[in-house]
Every structure is written in C-alpha cells, then in structure tokens.
Design a protein around this ligand. Structure first.
Ligand SMILES: Nc1ncnc2c1ncn2[C@@H]1O[C@H](COP(=O)(O)OP(=O)(O)OP(=O)(O)O)[C@@H](O)[C@H]1O
Ligand SMILES: [Mg+2]
Length: 255
C-alpha cells in the first residue's frame, strides 16, 4: 500500500481526456478514450503491444495530435502551437524507454539546459537545483561525466531528474525500465516509487506489477486502442473482469 493516497472525493482532476479518438491513416489507434487523472494520482497503463499506450502518453504532451475529443491539463485545453506549446512540454515531463540524453553535454548540463532555456532560470540557481535532483536520484557524484560514461540505470535516473528540473505538473513514463538490464530495473523503480510517495501525479506505462502494486492507485488496461478495464491494482491483478485482461495477464504472468 502507498502511504500517499488522496480520498476520491477531494482529488482534483489534473489531466482530463474526453472522447478522444485518433487514427493513423485507417488504423483507429485511440477509441473514445475517457480518462481523468487526479492530482497526486499514479495511473499505471498496461496492455498488449500495439494497444495504443505510447500514443496515449504522447497525446498528453501533444507529441501527437488527436482527431476527436478534448484533452485538458489543469483546466486548460492543450495548446496548439508556439510558446504555449513549449510551456506545456515543460509542464508535462516525459521519460521514455530510451534515455534520450544529450551525448555531448555533461550530466549536469543535461539537467540544467531546460530550466535555463525554457524556464529562464539563472545558471547558478539551475545548477543548485539540478544537483539536489541528481542527489535525490542517487547520481550527484556523476554530474561532471557524459551520458556514455554512465550505466543504463544511471542514465534513466538522470532522465528522470532532467524532467523533474522543469517542475512538471505531471510525469509520463513510457516503459522506463524495459530497455534496462535486470539488475538496474529496481534502482529506477525505487526512484519512481519515491516520486509517487512525494505526491507527483504520474502516468506510467509498465508491465512491472510490483511497481503497480506498490505505487499505483489505479490500473488502466488498454486493448485495441480502447480502455477495456480500470481498477485498483490489487483488484485488477487478482480479479480481472474482462476476457482480454485475463488473457493478457495469463501471458505476462507466465514469464
Ligand atoms: N507514427 C505512426 N504511424 C502509423 N502508425 C503508428 C504510429 N505510431 C504508432 N502506430 C501504430 O499505432 C498502434 C498503437 O501503437 P502504440 O505505440 O501506441 O502501442 P503500444 O501499446 O505503446 O505498444 P508497445 O507495447 O509495443 O509499445 C500500433 O498499431 C502502431 O503500429
Ligand atoms: Mg509503447
């Protein structure tokens, strides 16, 4: 059980997707998605390959446009372009499977770049904050190194620190541990659990059931572009309702 849990009634909606549809050509990748993510909530998105999980994440920071429906963040519809769009990207932190750090910048520079360029922070202040965040994710002593000198797990923790440096309202994680060697998975998950316990609003695409159970408030199960089932993690994993969820869990539990 998580120590942080808002009571259903008092939680404010932060991200609201309403009747969202998206096509890639003829392929209907998001089908009438209704999803409300409350402030401080951790939503784990799970489902078979190709079910639309990454696309869903990418629509929330507008890396992908939608064809129908609406998405709002903190009561405002997502901006279409320009400076407002750059600000949105700063408010929605994203951590991908591949770490996407700038190879020719140091760890410290990777974390301070956004705050200085987008948020207009002074270099000193940005560096102070970056070192705090790097310390929080356990890599402060690597600040002067370059990404290639770090392990995959360390690079992913830097990627999390870099996203946090922008003071995002919500953090999206798209299979953040699936490219990592097994021994590095837990160190990244620990950072994510800590973040959840500090009250960060998070959308996490992952098949790590330990994480879902420890830190997740809700599991959203997607199949063929639609949300098929939503439940508390324990309920979802022990007693899935739909045949598609049962089938999917049967497959991943065998591994
Ligand atoms: N840019 C694109 N152009 C065309 N089709 C796309 C594009 N991106 C994704 N798709 C297709 O949309 C569907 C949903 O893809 P998406 O990446 O969202 O699935 P996913 O659930 O994240 O899968 P995985 O578990 O493999 O990461 C898939 O059929 C995919 O092939
Ligand atoms: Mg994906």
């Amino acid at each position: 059980m998580t120590t942080r849990r808002t009571t259903e009634g008092s939680a404010e909606p932060l991200v609201v997707l309403s009747h969202v549809d998206k096509w890639f050509g003829d392929l209907h990748v998001l089908r009438d998605i209704d999803l409300t993510i409350h402030r401080g909530e951790v939503v784990v998105v799970i489902g078979p390959s190709g079910s639309g999980k990454s696309t869903l994440c990418r629509t929330i920071n507008r890396l992908e446009t939608i064809d129908k429906g609406t998405i709002s963040l903190d009561g405002e519809p997502l901006p279409q372009e320009g400076k407002a769009l750059a600000n949105l990207r700063a408010e929605v932190g994203m951590v991908f499977q591949s770490f996407n750090l700038f190879a020719h910048k140091t760890i410290l520079e990777n974390v301070t770049l956004g705050p200085i360029k987008v948020r207009g922070q002074k270099k000193d202040a940005a560096e102070k904050r970056a070192l705090e965040l790097l310390d929080r994710v356990g890599v402060a002593h690597q600040a002067a190194k370059y990404p290639a000198q770090l392990s995959g797990g360390q690079q992913q923790r830097v990627a999390i620190a870099r996203a946090l440096a922008m003071e995002p309202k919500v953090m999206l994680f798209d299979e953040p541990t699936s490219a990592l060697d097994p021994e590095m998975i837990s160190e990244v998950l620990e950072v994510m659990v800590d973040l959840a316990q500090r009250g960060m609003t998070m959308v996490v695409v992952t098949h790590e059931m330990g994480f879902a159970r420890t830190a997740g408030d809700r599991v959203v199960f997607m199949s063929d572009g639609a949300i098929v089932e939503e439940a508390a993690p324990e309920q979802f994993f022990t007693n899935p309702q739909s045949d598609r969820a049962k089938d999917f869990l049967g497959k991943i539990l065998k591994h």
